[in-house]
Design a protein around this ligand. Sequence first.
Ligand code: MN
Ligand code: MN
Length: 301
Amino acid sequence: MNSFDQGVLEKLRKSGQILRETREKIRGIVQEDMPVIDICERAENLIKEKGGKPAFPCNVSINEIAAHYTSPPEDNTRIPSKSLVKVDIGAHVDGYVTDTAITVCFNPEYAILVEAAEAALKTAIENIRPELSTSKLGATIEKTIITRGLKPVSNLTGHQVGRYLVHAGTSLPNVAHLISSRIKLGYTYAVEPFVTLPNAAGRVENGEETTIFRLSKPKPQKNPYAKQLLQYIEESFKTLPFAERWLQDIVPKSHYKEAFRELLSSKALVEYPMFVEASRKPVAQAEHTVLVVKDGCKVLT
Ligand code: MN
Ligand code: MN
């Protein structure tokens, strides 16, 4: 996506501003013992109130869960005491996506993880420019983390963002890597280092639970409620991820569970599994979306 069209640039900037304001508000309200669903709904509502739409459900991923947890309907989960809480939010304006994340730390022992993730993000932003190899960028992020005696999560990456796409094209690994591509002028990228403890595995694996989904293919549905649900998903979220919380009240409550199950079994939906650190060690994250300009980048979020 080349973003130097004036209209596109304006929408991207607006999307980023909405997200920045939402993130700073949320940073101030996350507390121990708070229901996770309150954080998700608060963030998503703030994005809407400011004139955007959520580009994906608000992720609240705690401790060893690195990413991809959002509250299912009627979630009772609360923020545990002494936890490390990643809040990852996305907004779009007319499909133009921005993506940002912070880690709120309630355990002084883990503060260094948050500091390292933020420092790695800052260094990446200072270095990113057209034609930079993604391996060099990864090496810079990796070095910033290792110098602090910590470990990057090697199989979680940043990514290019596109219209109605959160993960478009190029990935940005947080470590040096062999198959490298180059950063492109006028493209928009989400940069997101993940940091864990030095004795951790330093990679994530899929967890059991799935709370985030997106449309795969609009497969024909026999069940009329499944059909109705699928139509709503197509119209409302297009190719963007969504949560089951966003599907309540679309079909009668008594038919919802079966209809949703049908969509999953017919492979009309893609599931985003939770990502859990393989050795169950805590993970911190920091993320911004940037637009690559001639001599560097502009932070949109
Ligand atoms: Mn994100
Ligand atoms: Mn991202």
